[in-house]
Design a protein around this ligand. Sequence first.
Ligand SMILES: [Zn+2]
Length: 318
Amino acid sequence: MIVDAHTHFWFKGFMPTAFHRNTAEEWAKKEAGRKPEMILPKIEEGVTDPDGTDYIANMDKAGVDASIIMMTDFGTYWTGEEPAVPYEEQVVLFGEFQKKYKGRLYVCAYVDPRRPDCAKIMTRAIKECGLKGCGEFTTKSLLVNSDEAKPLVKVCADLDIPVVIHTRAGEGINMAGADFTIPNHNHPGHIAGLLKAYKGLKVVIAHAGYPKWWEAAIQVAKGYPNCYLELSNWNFGAINLDDFVPILACMRDNLGADHILFASDHPSGKRYRSLGFLPGWVNFFKELPEKAKSLGYEFTKAEVDMILGENARKLFKL
Ligand SMILES: [Zn+2]
């Protein structure tokens, strides 16, 4: 069973317009003569999916059996603007979506911990809507081990659900990141305090510190059998995939193949369908035993099966 443990899906109105406006401004900077207002009308259309058909077709093409969708909260605490569909409604719609594509799509709920009704929305998402975990914890500035994050972390601990935490230097549409210092709120080091404070809390280190913090991610996860590394973004080019094999072997040697999750961070919408990176990323793992051998490393088929889906199936109780 192949499980993509980190993807994104948005229906129309799930993201605030301000988020798309920021994207338009960023893209306009990259090409002379391009204006944000030329781009903005097309942005939401490019990343949203009307009913999931297109999304499932993309999974089928790559041989992915099930995908876990991460909610995002780009509202008040990110852009200063709320989305057209409030988050308390989004969890209900995602619950229905999960039922519609039973066994193919699963959803993790997330709202910014600073929302006064954070615990209420999260509890409802898990208890009433049947969502599978918490994620993606990603913010513009909030430290995951801060007092402000506590209401969210506590509800995850109480409900015994995995919390998926973003660890890439940049966040949102910023893939590369620029600040690689430890104070960056996305640094995996901040997760250590959380694991110490909440014994047994299931934590997924999303992106496994891509591209420069993988060793820090290992150090944090080591010694906590309830902490997992998740591999989305590692196919995005900052590192050659041949050079990723020794990194992956190091993760496996330190944590065990049963603590690594395959994931893509693939967003919904036709713009991303056209990129078509999912089949290649799945194939990298399918071909890993052979590829590793040619580089002087060893991965067994059983280890690949764990990474590609077995671990996520067990962790998220799919
Ligand atoms: Zn992320």
